[in-house]
Design a protein around this ligand. Structure first.
Ligand SMILES: *[C@@H]1O[C@H](CO)[C@@H](O)[C@H](O)[C@H]1NC(C)=O
Ligand SMILES: *[C@@H]1O[C@H](CO)[C@@H](O)[C@H](O)[C@H]1NC(C)=O
Ligand SMILES: *[C@@H]1O[C@H](CO)[C@@H](O)[C@H](O)[C@H]1NC(C)=O
Ligand SMILES: *[C@@H]1O[C@H](CO)[C@@H](O)[C@H](O)[C@H]1NC(C)=O
Ligand SMILES: *[C@@H]1O[C@H](CO)[C@@H](O)[C@H](O)[C@H]1NC(C)=O
Ligand SMILES: *[C@@H]1O[C@H](CO)[C@@H](O)[C@H](O)[C@H]1NC(C)=O
Ligand SMILES: *[C@@H]1O[C@H](CO)[C@@H](O)[C@H](O)[C@H]1NC(C)=O
Ligand SMILES: *[C@@H]1O[C@H](CO)[C@@H](O)[C@H](O)[C@H]1NC(C)=O
Ligand SMILES: *[C@@H]1O[C@H](CO)[C@@H](O)[C@H](O)[C@H]1NC(C)=O
Ligand SMILES: *[C@@H]1O[C@H](CO)[C@@H](O)[C@H](O)[C@H]1NC(C)=O
Ligand SMILES: *[C@@H]1O[C@H](CO)[C@@H](O)[C@H](O)[C@H]1NC(C)=O
Ligand SMILES: *[C@@H]1O[C@H](CO)[C@@H](O)[C@H](O)[C@H]1NC(C)=O
Length: 412
């Protein structure tokens, strides 16, 4: 079978999801006899290119069987291992690693594609080498092997690479992977019972399995240098996924220090967009002048932190009705609120304070508190009232007692 035929065969197979075809390849980068990098992974590529018909062609393929370590691979003095994998007709995938005395990381993924390869790029209008790269920061401790069975997508210009069944290690002490592992977040089920895959992994060191309470961030949106939306909140995302009969729940916090906030405001609509390296959250508020109120009616979440068949995970719901408040006032809720977006995606919001409309002088208007906070307030009020009542009873008893003893003196 010619190479062309095998690619043609693979493309429809991939589309049908015949993942079994894909092999996990093992690569060793050595300096003399010392191994500086061991790597095993499978990779899928989705490439868009210009065709002679002035249209975008899309080609899907996986790392083929002929993939091999190129002589350009190097240990770079044991400090910055470089793996270059050549495949097909002049294509290559490279990974730069670096290390310190306690950890190592994968820093950059580079893909070089030969657009002259007509077996892959049918009717390509270019005949160049197409080079694209993306810097990454995938870290693990030395003397542990990094492991990620889940799909992880790397989005680059015109190319998406999906890595899966990944295991690699810089400077493995023996000639095979260390038994101790650093697992990627996507492999760690936060709520679901451990799968067989995980139970075989012990002893294990996990990147950060415990989800702490989120930190509150202060965000605002301006319109022509005038603040038009004010928000303070601590956010946690909860995504449940089902693959086959196994369900996993991924819970992660939004770190305000990594967020950039943006958005826009008009008289009846306002949006707040929070973005970090892996996640984008959009909150859409609407105002109803007739009823003189506003509410949160749309939430969009997209993230690369959960696997989603090589694409970015994205959900949205634009028919919500949360946080309803009188126009001109601000909504406040200290208690945890669960903002259900879809049946399997929710946002846990804490210490919330928002005002998306009629913000004056960059300050919040009168506060309207959520029912949960009012209920919480009720307990101290009841306790306070009970205490006041007790003090009053004691006081009355004392006064009566005093009057009685006074009367007693007078009889003498
Ligand atoms: C390859 O791509 C197909 C289709 O996009 C996907 O279903 C499959 O999980 C991917 N496999 C790997 C190893 O990335
Ligand atoms: C290689 O590393 C050793 C110590 O680890 C250092 O002494 C030497 O100068 C390095 N060589 C180069 C070319 O960087
Ligand atoms: C990765 O390796 C290539 C080739 O050696 C080099 O040009 C590039 O600067 C390296 N990048 C990093 C981040 O080390
Ligand atoms: C790692 O290197 C830093 C300086 O670069 C040093 O302070 C530290 O003690 C070293 N740690 C270990 C475990 O050797
Ligand atoms: C890794 O293991 C080697 C030998 O097994 C040891 O010399 C080295 O100190 C260890 N490094 C770390 C960071 O634990
Ligand atoms: C390539 O071009 C030919 C003729 O222009 C057309 O018949 C064919 O369908 C094209 N193939 C692809 C994959 O676009
Ligand atoms: C490395 O270890 C795995 C199991 O942990 C084993 O299946 C494999 O054969 C070993 N490879 C080598 C080259 O020793
Ligand atoms: C695995 O890690 C633990 C704790 O860091 C260490 O005590 C143990 O020696 C390590 N095991 C191996 C095989 O390196
Ligand atoms: C996450 O969502 C699942 C189902 O939607 C729910 O059972 C679970 O309690 C939630 N966990 C947290 C911490 O919110
Ligand atoms: C405001 O609410 C009223 C009553 O529910 C509804 O009829 C009207 O369409 C709403 N206006 C807007 C702009 O949503
Ligand atoms: C890469 O993924 C993004 C997000 O899913 C998508 O918009 C884009 O079209 C993809 N690019 C290619 C070449 O597949
Ligand atoms: C709005 O946000 C910017 C940047 O985070 C900050 O400098 C500014 O003080 C904020 N304004 C208000 C009114 O909170």
């Amino acid at each position: 079978m010619s190479l062309s035929a095998s690619y043609r065969l693979l493309t429809p197979l991939l589309l049908l999801g015949f993942v079994q075809v894909i092999l996990t390849k093992r690569f060793e980068v050595k300096d003399g006899t010392k191994i500086c990098l061991l790597a095993e992974f499978s990779a899928n590529f989705s490439v868009s290119y210009d065709t002679t018909a002035k249209k975008q062609g899309i080609v899907l393929f996986s790392l083929p069987d002929d993939a091999h370590k190129s002589s350009k691979s190097s240990c770079n003095n044991m400090t910055a291992p470089l793996l270059v994998v050549s495949f097909g007709n002049g294509h290559s995938l490279s990974m730069n690693f670096s290390r310190s005395n306690i950890s190592y990381k994968m820093e950059e993924l580079t893909l070089v594609l030969n657009e002259r390869d007509s077996t892959l790029f049918h009717n390509s209008s270019k005949a160049d080498l197409f080079i694209t790269s993306r810097s990454l920061d995938i870290s693990a401790k030395l003397n542990t092997s990094y492991m990620c069975m889940s799909d992880s997508a790397v989005y680059m210009q015109n190319v998406n690479v999906t890595l899966s069944d990944v295991q690699w290690e810089v400077l493995p002490p023996a000639s095979n992977f260390s038994k101790n592992k650093t697992q990627c977040q996507a492999d760690v089920p936060t709520v679901a019972p451990p799968t067989t895959r995980l139970t075989t992994l012990a002893p294990t060191t996990t990147a950060s399995p415990v989800v702490k309470n989120p930190v509150r961030g202060i965000y605002n949106v301006s319109n022509k240098n005038v603040t038009c939306l004010l928000a303070e909140m601590a956010l946690q995302i909860n995504i449940s996924q089902k693959t086959g009969n196994k369900s996993t729940t991924k819970i992660f916090n939004i770190n305000p220090h990594e967020i950039s906030a943006s958005g826009n405001c008009s008289n009846d609509q306002a949006t707040l967009q929070l973005t970090d390296a892996s996640t984008t959250l959009i909150f859409q508020f609407v105002a109803n002048a007739t009823l003189s109120n506003f509410y949160l009616n749309g939430i969009v979440i997209s993230t690369s932190l959960v696997p989603s068949r090589g694409k970015e995970f994205k959900v949205e719901n634009t028919s919500l009705h949360y946080l309803q408040t009188t126009l001109g006032k601000s909504y406040m809720c200290q208690a945890e609120q669960v903002l259900q977006v879809t049946s399997n995606v929710s946002i846990n919001a804490f210490e919330l304070h928002v005002q998306p409309f009629k913000v004056e002088n960059s300050k919040y208007g009168t506060v309207e508190e959520c029912q949960m906070d009012k209920d919480d307030m009720l307990i101290p009020i009841i306790v306070g009232a009970a205490l006041a009542g007790l003090v009053l009873i004691v006081l009355i008893a004392y006064l009566i007692g005093r009057k009685r003893s006074h009367a007693g003196y007078q009889t003498i």
